[in-house]
Write a protein that binds this ligand. Structure first.
Ligand SMILES: *[C@@H]1O[C@H](CO)[C@@H](O)[C@H](O)[C@H]1NC(C)=O
Ligand SMILES: *[C@@H]1O[C@H](CO)[C@@H](O)[C@H](O)[C@H]1NC(C)=O
Ligand SMILES: *[C@@H]1O[C@H](CO)[C@@H](O)[C@H](O)[C@H]1NC(C)=O
Ligand SMILES: *[C@@H]1O[C@H](CO)[C@@H](O)[C@H](O)[C@H]1NC(C)=O
Length: 192
């Protein structure tokens, strides 16, 4: 190595050190994280849940908090409708089957011409090592499509740093009660 190269590296390193020290000194609220704290091994899991949208009766878990806009009150799109949900996630389409978790969040009708929903929901799981962990899903749900893809945008617990997607397909709709069962297949990459 020539003297100029040595000098170059020395400058580079001191710039680097200076930046690090300066950043920490000036701000005081940010630092780097020990890489050992970040588990690096990841795995991809496929979960299947049945999402129970119970809209009527004394056990409703899907409650309208904003009605459709007056202009869309009688339209199929229900534009403006917002519901808050605490829906059961069950093992089979049967509402009385094993409760695996709850889908908590809101969904809103966001199309003026068709039945599309913006879904914002946390899948809070109860089972085994997933108990207490959450998968966060945010996406567009075109209700009349056979399969809808919604992004997994993150999570907590086992699902820290999670990413992936969910496929939602309607299994049943009861025209009398308005209750809907949706199968969610969630493909999520997360830390082991
Ligand atoms: C509400 O849930 C309770 C307990 O599971 C059940 O006994 C009751 O029949 C349900 N009511 C309705 C209207 O579904
Ligand atoms: C919307 O329509 C329903 C049923 O037709 C009615 O009960 C409700 O008052 C209407 N709401 C508005 C905001 O117009
Ligand atoms: C749902 O499960 C309950 C309890 O196992 C059972 O009695 C009922 O027949 C099931 N319903 C359907 C539609 O399979
Ligand atoms: C999940 O964790 C909660 C709180 O720690 C506990 O009360 C509950 O029994 C657990 N559920 C299962 C199925 O392990």
């Amino acid at each position: 190595m020539g003297a100029s190269q040595n000098l170059f590296f020395l400058l580079l390193i001191s710039c680097y050190i200076f930046t690090l020290v300066a950043a920490q000194d000036e701000s005081g609220f940010v630092g780097t994280v020990d890489p050992k704290l970040l588990k690096k091994k990841v795995t991809t899991s496929h979960f299947r849940f049945y999402w129970q949208d119970i809209v009527g009766g004394s056990n409703a878990t899907s409650i309208p908090i904003l009605p459709p806009l007056p202009k869309f009150n009688n339209s199929f799109s229900a534009f403006g409708l917002v519901r808050i949900i605490d829906n059961a996630l069950t093992l089979t389409p049967n509402l009385t089957s094993k409760l695996l978790g709850r889908a908590q969040g809101i969904y809103a009708a966001t199309s003026q011409t068709e039945l599309d929903f913006l879904m914002i929901q946390n899948f809070a799981l109860f089972e085994g090592k997933y108990n207490g962990s959450v998968i966060t899903i945010l996406g567009r749900n075109v209700a009349n499509n056979k399969v809808r893809e919604l992004p997994v945008i993150g999570g907590s617990g086992v699902f820290r740093y999670a990413k992936g997607y969910a496929e939602a397909s309607t299994i049943s709709f009861d025209p009398l009660t308005g209750d809907t069962v949706v199968e969610y297949n969630v493909y999520v990459t997360h830390q082991k």
